[in-house]
Design a protein around this ligand. Structure first.
Ligand SMILES: [Zn+2]
Ligand SMILES: [Zn+2]
Length: 163
């Protein structure tokens, strides 16, 4: 199959143990939606922290490097149908080209940026549940303190004779 941007044959390659196609001219990737989801939701290796921060910064500023012809519509390398441009998920700043039948095209750098974006989103969710657990434990400790206070107040009342 040919690269939808360069029209040169793509080379089979492994990306995090998945068999995907890569264009050796523009370094874009062609893969199935399942492969993409699985790559994004398994953390195979850790990114360099500096690189990660730089990409997150670029994403927040909306200036992730994109090819000059990024705005142009491209065709599915399998069926030649025009692919749909859409964010990977709602509120995701990374736009991917997708053929709903055959797969997703990611320009150079986009796959890595997506991995970092999803990793950060998952991290946020985990951080939230950590907080929820802490609040639960504080609630439980407060309940114990309240019980003790009740007991103490009753005790004082009894001692003073007004209970
Ligand atoms: Zn290419
Ligand atoms: Zn297609």
């Amino acid at each position: 199959m040919d690269c939808p941007r360069c029209n040169l044959a793509m080379i089979p390659t492994k990306y995090e143990n998945k068999n995907v196609l890569c264009c050796q001219s523009c370094w874009g990737y062609w893969l199935s939606t399942n492969q993409l989801d699985s790559i994004l939701h398994t953390l195979v290796y850790k990114f360099d922290e500096n690189e990660k921060q730089k990409i997150l910064h670029d994403l927040s500023k909306g200036n992730l490097a994109v090819p000059a012809n990024k705005d142009g519509k491209i065709k599915c390398p399998q069926c030649q149908g025009v692919m749909i441009k859409k964010p990977y998920s709602s509120s995701c700043p990374i736009i991917v080209d997708e053929c709903s039948l055959h797969g997703v095209w990611l320009d150079t750098g986009e796959l890595k940026a997506l991995q970092i974006y999803v990793e950060q989103q998952i991290g946020k969710v985990n951080a939230k549940s950590d907080l929820a657990l802490q609040i639960d434990s504080i609630d439980r400790r407060l309940a114990v303190v309240e019980q003790k206070l009740d007991y103490l107040i009753n005790f004082i009342r009894k001692v003073r004779g007004d209970g």
